[in-house]
Design a protein around this ligand. Structure first.
Ligand code: NFE
Ligand code: MG
Length: 489
């Protein structure tokens, strides 16, 4: 038996190791090991429920708006408040803009270095001012920053490598602009502080909306003319990654972006390629392989656990969410694939690459779904902006000191997939707070039935052709955009 450990995995958020057993040049078995403890659910116990939208937002600095919004959605149910039209639109606008920028960050800054040899820029001798500037920048940083890396089949040919390197820099600038638009609506970015159960506190003016719309237009143009074509080029240059990293054909989508009246995503699940209606009551969490006290499948609404670092047979701080007992993949792939009847761009692009839609279950398929989703979200954003009426309220106030008793479920979306927050309160204090997070689904360890988590499954049969750096496994892992800060929370 040849055991190889991929650790630490870089260009992700948080601390993840992947242990693999390699046989005949391929991964025969993989284990996803989340290697830190956070404790945000326990931190919430005994506090005012309202604190959840501020405190849980700090779960992650990458998906910085999503936990605040999911918390506000759970609190909306707990406080039994409806949002005015503007409030619902503006929260969706903040979420859509954040997610589109998050997708660009994931592709260009966290994933492109898996595929492209940035050293290619050093051989550039032409006169293109942007290429020259980047060449000087890479030279000044020394070879280590971008050019020293694990062994692999990187794209070196300047014709293909240079555009991706230039877009890496362009995307950085656009994400900065996106943050300024987020701050315009959210008070600041990251961690907007305006989201409440009944809407948002920002005073909305035509000029603020115009600024956000203008920036979103610039980002959209980049997504259409560069991001999607760049993922397509990767698909053409490395077609094997439309097969590598397949995983289960199980998907989960809670639905989302409903505020315009025409939901962008409708809720649904898919189990073994069969599409079924979504029922939140079928979500439970297993801790058989996780460092927590307890055991068996527990509905998320009862999921109170305590850390147990010495637990026998446990290998991860990530829990194992299951849907009716099934491991489920979530992410842009799950939202876009389960909604192909509403928008079939993902299928068309796969057809352009010469593949049927089922090849979306792959490393490149996940990147392509993410890029297509960025376009879909930015189109939604412009429609939502046109429906905001600055003369109407953005929030319905609630009594923040109300001694609420009851429960609230917030089903929401994040860059990496579907996000659930659940609160149970008595006399204005939190009794139980539970988050079931996208990367928790994707990077879960084996459950009490011995079924692997989605990423563990997808790593099976991944070739190991370039030695211990296991570049192929790194590419599969990053296609999910893992966030360990979130997954463990
Ligand atoms: Ni920390 Fe997060 C997103 C959430 S992933 S990145 O997107 O929720 O699990
Ligand atoms: Mg949890």
């Amino acid at each position: 038996m040849n055991k190889k450990l991929l650790s630490p995995i870089t260009r992700i958020e948080g601390h993840l190791s992947i242990e693999t057993r390699v046989e005949g040049g391929k991964i025969a078995e993989a284990r996803s090991m989340g290697e830190m403890y956070r404790g945000f659910e326990n931190i919430m116990t005994g506090r005012s429920p309202i604190d959840a939208a501020r405190i849980t937002q700090r779960i992650c600095g990458v998906c910085h708006e999503v936990h605040g919004i999911a918390a506000a959605r759970a609190l909306k149910a707990l406080y039994n408040v409806e949002l005015p039209k503007n409030g619902a639109l503006l929260i969706d606008i903040i979420l859509a803009l954040h997610m589109a920028c998050d997708h660009m960050l994931h592709f260009y800054h966290l994933s492109v270095p898996d595929y492209v040899d940035f050293g290619a820029i050093l051989s550039y001798n032409g006169s293109h001012p942007e290429y020259k500037a980047i060449k000087n920048w890479v030279k000044a940083k020394g070879p280590y920053l971008f050019t020293k890396r694990v062994k692999g089949d990187y794209i070196k040919e300047p014709k293909y490598a240079l555009p991706l390197i230039v877009h890496y820099v362009e995307a950085l600038e656009l994400i900065g602009l996106g943050s300024s638009a987020l701050a315009t609506l959210g008070g600041k970015a990251p961690f907007c502080h305006v989201v409440f159960p009944g809407g948002i506190t920002t005073e909305i003016t035509e000029d603020k909306l115009a600024k956000v719309s203008d920036i979103a237009d610039k980002i959209y143009s980049f997504v259409i003319t560069k991001y999607i074509p760049d993922v397509m080029s990767l698909g053409k240059l490395m077609p094997q990654y439309l097969s590598i990293g397949e995983g289960y054909h199980n998907l989960i989508c809670y639905g989302g972006f409903r505020s315009t009246g025409d939901p962008v995503f409708e809720p649904a699940v898919m189990i073994d390629d069969k599409k079924l209606p979504f029922n939140s009551g079928l979500i439970a969490e297993d801790v058989a392989s996780s460092f927590y006290e307890g055991g068996g499948l527990t509905p998320f609404s009862k999921g109170e656990t305590r850390p147990s670092p010495d637990k026998a047979n446990a290998y991860s701080w990530i829990k194992s969410p299951r849907y009716n007992g099934n491991p489920m993949e979530t992410g842009p792939l799950s939202r876009v694939y389960l909604n192909l009847h509403k928008d079939n761009r993902l299928e068309k692009r796969l057809n352009d690459l010469g593949h049927p839609k089922e090849r979306a279950f792959s490393t490149i398929g996940r990147h392509l779904a993410r890029a297509v989703e960025a376009a879909i979200l930015l189109e939604f954003l412009q429609k939502a902006i046109s429906m905001v009426n600055p003369d109407e309220p953005t929030i319905n106030d609630i009594d923040l000191n109300a001694p609420v008793t009851g429960t609230g479920l917030g089903l929401s979306n994040a860059g990496r997939g579907e996000l659930l927050h659940y609160v149970e309160a008595k006399n204005g204090k939190v009794l139980r707070y539970q988050c079931v997070v996208p990367s928790t689904w994707n990077f879960s360890p084996r459950d009490s039935n011995g079924r692997q988590g989605p990423a563990e499954k997808a790593l099976e049969n991944t070739p190991v052709a370039f030695g211990d750096g296991m570049i192929e496994a790194g590419r599969v892992v990053r296609s999910y955009d893992p966030c360990l800060a979130c997954s463990i929370h």
